[in-house]
Write a new protein. Structure first.
Length: 201
């Protein structure tokens, strides 16, 4: 507060944001400290359709993109009507050493976002993109489960197929209930810590 000549409120807001992103930790009796090594991500942030940046910080390596019909993809077969053109985007979220920490597989209704594959896919946050093209009031629903990886997904995370991982499947709907996206995320079990921080006022 003294150094930047600001009141207590913006300092508390900034500190809360640092806690939320996992960069610092509040410990009872010892104060606020810089977080231990390793990436942390707020599970609450992952469950929402964030429009102010990626769910997990860092760049992506784009593995593949393709266009197909909804009935030909397991993530979209029960979400979109048969014949709906969808874009599949497969990416790996990278840590600071360019190692994979999350495999992301996303299917998107191309009728609602026809130009999405023309974007910079290494940096794209889909929810922010939808907002930028006028699709707002996104509603997210998620299912978390444990799973084993396929060989290709295991290779992206430098794991073997017998290692269980956390799987999140998040579905985005527009404000009027129309589905636009389903995202599958497969999290490396040791390179990324998922946590929930409750800030009491």
């Amino acid at each position: 507060m003294e150094r930047f000549a600001v009141s207590r409120n913006p300092v508390q807001t900034a500190m809360s944001k640092l806690v939320e992103t996992g960069l610092v930790q509040r410990r009872r009796g010892s104060g606020t400290v810089v977080a231990s090594t390793g990436l942390r991500s707020s599970l609450m942030r992952l469950l929402h359709a964030t429009t102010d940046g990626p769910e997990v910080e860092g760049l992506h390596r784009v593995i593949s993109t393709r266009v197909t019909a909804a009935e030909h993809h397991p993530l979209s077969v029960d979400l979109f009507r048969a014949g709906t053109p969808i874009a599949e985007l497969v990416r790996v979220k990278l840590d600071s050493s360019s190692r994979g920490i999350v495999v992301e597989r996303c299917v998107i209704d191309l009728a609602m976002a026809p130009n999405i594959l023309n974007e910079d896919l290494a940096e794209l946050t889909t929810a922010a993109y939808y907002t930028s093209i006028g699709i707002s009031q996104l509603r997210a629903s998620s299912v978390l489960s444990a799973t084993h990886l396929t060989e290709s997904d295991a290779d992206h995370l430098d794991l073997d197929t017998t290692t269980p991982v956390v799987r999140q499947v998040r579905t985005l709907h527009t404000g009027n209930g129309k589905p636009i996206e389903r995202l599958e995320m497969l999290f490396h079990p040791t390179k990324l810590t998922l946590e929930v921080t409750q800030i009491e006022h």
